[in-house]
Design a protein around this ligand. Sequence first.
Ligand SMILES: C[S@@+](CC[C@H](N)C(=O)[O-])C[C@H]1O[C@@H](n2cnc3c(N)ncnc32)[C@H](O)[C@@H]1O
Length: 472
Amino acid sequence: MNRIVKVIPERWTRRGEAAKDKNGRTLVIWGAIPGEKAEVKLVHEGQNQDFGLFEGTPEPSPFRQDIPCDRYSVCGGCPWMHLSAEGQESSHRDVVREKLDEVGLANVALGEWFASPDGLEEFRHVIKVGVGKSDQGSLRVGAWGRRDRRIVPIPNCNVAHPSLTATMRALAHHVRELKLWQYEPETDRGVLRSAILRRSRTSGEILVTLIAGRWVKSITELAEAVSTQVPDVAGFWVHFNDDPGNAIFRPDDEGVIRCRPVLGKETIEEELCGVRYAVGPTDFFQTNPAVAELLYKRVIERLDLTRETSFVDLYCGVGGYALQAAPHVGFAIGVEENQGAVLRARDAAQKNGRNAEFVAGQVLDVLPEIGKRLAGRRPVVTVNPARRGLESGVIEGILELRPRQIAYVSCNPAALARDLAAFAGGGYTIEKVDLFDMFPNTPHVETLTILNSLDEDEGPERAPRRKVVRKK
Ligand SMILES: C[S@@+](CC[C@H](N)C(=O)[O-])C[C@H]1O[C@@H](n2cnc3c(N)ncnc32)[C@H](O)[C@@H]1O
């Protein structure tokens, strides 16, 4: 191994490496760019796949740039940091195009590119931090490394907001001081697994959610020490998960993801397009709020909403599109599985004076109930599922509602393409796909696609009755 080969990779992998397929084998190259001549050091030979590291090129791609981070190859969290902003946009367009073409949607156009208003650095307002051990057995806090997912310290992360990086450093220091060892589910030894750090771009406040295998008193000392060192830390909570496996949260027998308060507030607030959202310790909220604001605005702009519209927001998180659409429509309802997020969404509806209802449950289970409420009225639906896309049966459930329009917001072009093809088969035309740079320096991209029903039957007009909500 460690032989040098010369190749021109042809495509991106899902994880953001460049790849060359030949004779049934794939060479996956860290740091290369499709179309650029590359000298590659081979570091691993697998059954069907070999792995290599980009060593140099005689003709750099116009998209290549100097990498602004000295931990690029160790951490691996930003595989496209060697691409300029233009290179990243072009590569995202290529990947989305390829996925649409693969499912026979070559006629669907790509639309606008929405760049990250905060740039390609310091835009992240959510980071996940792992707890582990070094080879020498010392306690480590940091990111999951590129090569073997072991924890690597990242004292200066380029893409996280500086106050989140400061919180991560404080956490790392005090976790080591207090000897809060990594929790091992196999032996039920140790304490901590990971932490989620979120910052509000609106207020600057930070919410820390620790994931622990058990409670120990020094978790309180940890919270006090970190919040003293970083005064922006407004809340510190702990969720217990002693299950083996990689899932961060473990819902209890009632399906609720519970958390124990350690210090300070339960929620921080983020304002997007005039709505103040509250975000709790286990809620999903967008990583890059500046891009989320562009996305929320665009969803409302591209949909045809009137006071007669019934608006259904599936996978709504803490209120997402339902709260944005409420002033424009006759009836708005959101569906979300995380019960805490639903409480936050209801509260935000009250506080922002927006007439929207929220239902806790699985989208698949709640769709028939929504169908009954609509009683034949044709809604406008938004879907914003997790990376896997729409679960089995959900597309059929949505088609039963006969939506006039659907807005599909996706962070996974492969799942998006699969689901769009199914909607096209169910009688929908697909408008252009807009792209949003929610996750700069990575192969991940957020997209917005609008689908229109071919069936012109208007259905009954009036939206369902709704509760009157007055601003608190
Ligand atoms: C990508 S997030 C989108 C949240 C929201 N639209 C926003 O903009 O913040 C997906 C959300 O769907 C929820 N979710 C995942 N699977 C679900 C399901 N089967 N039924 C209901 N909600 C689900 C998650 O808890 C998460 O809040």
